[in-house]
Ligand binder design. Structure first.
Ligand code: PLP
Length: 380
């Protein structure tokens, strides 16, 4: 076993989830506000396309960069939604965005090279950087910068070993967006240092009262990663994409051929249908928004401070210092005593993790109401 593996952390919330399942098996009902996975089924148009595709008999490998019809459809999406023209050659289809990050870090990082990440942030990023032999640098961010990296932090942490900085907007666990001016400054900063800005845009399309701007609409050198898991409720289909600057196309293609050969053919073909499933997506988005507003109205009175209103994804990152100084213990007691599962801050980093936790609202409004009632009783 490699020494790298010693530094790969498990998702701690999985232990909580396992315990929740155990309690369910014992007959208790648990309100799940810990899972960051859409509760909606894959849109019906997508299922219909899958049925047709299965019958076509064509389940062979696609080119490793992806089905050309899908890369073209994604280029059209960028034209339509962000007004940017992308050469489909720069788009590679990957097994989920997770596959895109594996590929990217394998291409970008030599041993010990650094990637700047926000803390709190999506935990797999740190682990994927480590798996590729790199070193994740977790940079504390707070509400003052919308929980996003800014150019002052970039300059303070960038050194000769640094290759890239990652932006996740809308963010996980915070649901907050980066301001386009800040995004532009970060992209320019990375470019001036001779590195890359990596923009994880997996929660684009899930924004409320505003629109997220793609890094590619701001800076043509940005690397953009996105996928079908969240906006299109297609987690299990495992299909995502990455858009890279021209010099990375050939190295990415070579690594892609070796580690994945190609993303799943069926999923790629149905993803083309997903790109036109706008009605289903809007219906999911408005349901998330209703849930978000419900939680924003009810949580503060219970002692959960929401310092900055989340405008995207399906997460609320709350400051619980008025209720506890040990959010892990709080989450475990809440699960055992009240049957409500939420994720402690420690899953997302170490900065003020003990006084924060994440609510996910990828669960129906009736369950959320029940969850809030239970939390109220638990606290009082
Ligand atoms: N990026 C972020 C910020 C996420 O929250 C997730 C999943 O929760 C992913 C990437 C991975 O998504 P997938 O591999 O399903 O495309």
């Amino acid at each position: 076993m490699t020494r790298r593996i010693d530094h790969i952390e498990p998702f701690r919330v999985m232990q909580l989830l396992e315990r929740a399942k155990q309690l369910e098996a014992e007959g208790r009902t648990i309100i799940h506000m810990e899972i960051g996975e859409p509760d909606f089924p894959t849109p019906p148009e997508v299922i219909a396309a899958a049925q047709q595709q299965l019958l076509s008999g064509n389940q062979f490998y696609t080119p490793s960069t992806g089905d050309p019809a899908l890369t073209r459809a994604i280029a059209d999406l960028y034209q339509r939604e962000y007004g940017v023209t992308i050469d489909p050659e720069r788009i590679l289809i990957t097994p989920g965005t997770s596959g895109a990050f594996n590929l990217l870090y394998a291409v970008l990082l030599d041993s010990g090279e650094r990637v700047l990440l926000p803390d709190p942030g999506y935990p797999c990023q740190r682990n994927l950087v480590r798996l590729a032999g790199g070193e994740p640098i977790n940079i504390p961010v707070d509400a003052a910068s919308n929980y996003q990296l800014d150019s002052a932090r970039l300059t303070a942490h960038w050194d000769a070993q640094t290759r890239a900085a990652v932006v996740i907007s809308p963010g996980n666990p915070t649901g907050t967006l980066i301001d386009p001016t800040m995004l532009s400054a970060l992209a320019i900063g990375c470019q001036q240092h001779g590195g890359y800005l990596i923009s994880d845009e997996i929660y684009h399309g899930l924004t409320y009262g505003c629109r997220a701007q793609s890094a590619l609409a701001i800076n043509d050198r940005a690397i953009v990663v996105n996928g079908f898991s969240k906006r299109w409720a297609m987690t299990g289909w495992r299909v995502g994409w990455i858009i890279v600057p021209p010099e990375l196309i050939e190295p990415c293609r070579r690594v892609m051929q070796n580690i994945f050969i190609a993303a799943p053919t069926l999923s790629q073909r149905v993803a083309i249908a997903a790109l036109t499933a706008t009605k289903s997506c809007e219906h999911m988005r408005s349901a998330y928004d209703e849930r978000r507003r419900f939680l924003l109205e009810t949580l503060p009175a219970l002692g959960f401070d929401i310092v900055i209103e989340p405008q995207g994804a399906f997460y609320i990152y709350a400051d619980v210092h008025r209720l506890t100084s040990d959010s892990r213990d709080f989450c475990w007691r809440l699960l055992e005593q009240a049957g409500v599962a939420i994720t402690p801050g420690e899953d997302f980093g170490s900065f003020r993790a003990n006084t924060h936790l994440r609510f996910a609202y990828a669960t129906g409004i009736a369950q959320l109401r029940e969850g809030i009632d239970r939390i109220r009783r638990f606290i009082h």
